[in-house]
Design a protein around this ligand. Structure first.
Ligand code: FAD
Length: 385
């Protein structure tokens, strides 16, 4: 293999370059990224950057030392076996890493709507979060909650419009999400409310209401950025379909990060996980696979969010869990455990209880059974349950 092309210069793209070099690949590597920036981390975009505590979040990879040919501001437009068509012409490859991530879903309507995916999005939105500004955040998911946190701290008048009966309904279910509702103090939180469209001056609601806003932020989720692969002879289903080695249906083509739907041996299902930890870890396996080594990607997925002064951490895959058990009152530090039918831990969500997260992740990895009577006592360490 002489030439590896990596499409997408986000975290999973640059980590793929690093992993190839760390495994001794000495051939040519080209990294194509449609953004004009060098690779950066996205989690700070809705936290320190939006809060004004940082102006950027570039990853500290040394692209020169990695001897990678970096093409910023260049988009891949199509793929055929052995070549990527880009906005700068065709590029042949021997190995290909697809790392194009995900892109925000927009609402209908002609009014201006902000999204939060890129560094430019974050800086643009930050400039609009000024005291007294009326800000409508659509969606009380992870991103919506973090944007509402920043907007409230900036002194804006914040309305959050959520289609579900509680914050985080889509991510963790309404019952658990309801335990975070009191964090929205001082925010006009409209639950069970559907947006019809974004208009000049605010948001039109299904059923006739209107939320006046100077700034509208749409945080209703993302879709895998795989449109450029539509005509490729490649299995696509909720992203790029891969096996447990992150191999796609085309030879010498692997996929990583937010755009990859990989087969999870551990959970016996296909997972596409839009989390930083996946973008960090999957490239090791993808690089090994591309270089003909035997490697399996089978993590316990991990995620965190910082909202309303709380650190929320999650590990596991809760659709594998059948029962939800809480440790601690919703007004303090607490965690929630999803148990499978055999009392093994499927997933854990910890609010300001990092030990529960760390121990829970290990328990999930080991497949241990838990004693539910001990589990409900937040004073009993999770590892002793
Ligand atoms: P991306 O980071 O999306 O990178 C893909 C890159 O490919 C992009 O630069 C894109 O422009 C480029 N690209 C797309 N299409 C093409 C094309 N056709 N040609 C060339 N280039 C292309 N996760 C957590 O675990 N915790 C958090 O707290 C957290 N906070 C987040 C906050 C924000 C605001 C966002 C947006 C995400 C957050 N995430 C968080 C998720 C995490 O950042 C993502 O899972 C991670 O960025 C995925 O990395 P990736 O490299 O797969 O994709």
């Amino acid at each position: 293999m002489n030439h590896v092309v990596v499409v997408g210069a986000g975290l999973s793209g640059v980590r793929s370059v690093e992993a190839l070099r760390a495994r001794g690949f000495g051939g040519r590597i080209t990294l194509i990224g449609q953004e004009r920036h060098r690779p950066y981390d996205r989690p700070p975009l809705s936290k320190s950057v939006l809060l004004g505590d940082a102006d950027s979040s570039f990853v500290d990879s040394d692209l020169a030392a990695l001897e990678v040919d970096f093409w910023p501001g260049v988009a891949a437009k199509a793929l055929r076996e052995g070549a990527v068509e880009t906005t700068e012409g065709e590029l042949g490859y021997d190995g290909l890493v697809i790392a194009t991530g995900a892109e925000p879903i927009l609402l209908p309507g002609d009014g201006p709507q902000h999204v939060l995916r890129t560094l430019d999005d974050s800086l643009e939105l930050r400039a609009r979060l000024v005291p007294g500004a009326r800000v409508a955040v659509i969606g009380a998911g992870w991103i919506g909650a973090e944007v509402a946190t920043a907007a409230r701290r900036a002194g804006c008048a914040v309305t959050v419009v959520e289609a579900g009966p509680a914050p985080l309904t889509h991510a963790v279910g309404a019952e658990l999400g309801a335990r975070t509702q009191h964090w929205y103090e001082g925010i006009d939180l409209r639950l069970d409310t559907m947006v019809a469209s974004v208009e000049e001056g605010g948001v039109a609601l299904v059923g006739g209401g209107f939320v006046d806003a100077h700034v509208v932020v749409t945080g209703i989720g993302v879709r895998p950025a795989v449109e450029w692969l539509a005509d490729a002879d490649l299995d696509l289903h909720n992203g790029v379909v891969t096996d447990e080695h992150l191999r796609t249906s085309l030879p010498n083509v692997v996929a990583v990060g937010d755009c990859a739907a990989w087969w999870s041996r551990r959970f016996g299902t296909r997972l596409r996980v839009e989390h930083w930890d996946t973008a960090l870890g999957a490239p090791e396996v993808a690089a090994a696979t591309l270089l003909g080594e035997e490697a399996v990607y089978d993590p316990v997925p991990y995620f965190w969010s910082e909202q309303f002064g709380h650190m929320v951490q999650y590990a596991g895959h809760h659709p594998a869990g059948e029962r939800l058990v809480y440790r601690g009152e919703a007004t303090g530090k607490w965690s929630a455990c999803w148990l499978a039918g055999d009392d093994t831990l499927a997933a854990v969500l910890a609010v300001d209880r990092p030990r529960d997260l760390v121990q829970g992740r290990r328990i999930i990895e080991a497949g241990h059974r838990l004693d539910t009577e001990r589990l409900v006592d937040p004073d009993v360490p999770l590892r002793d349950c």
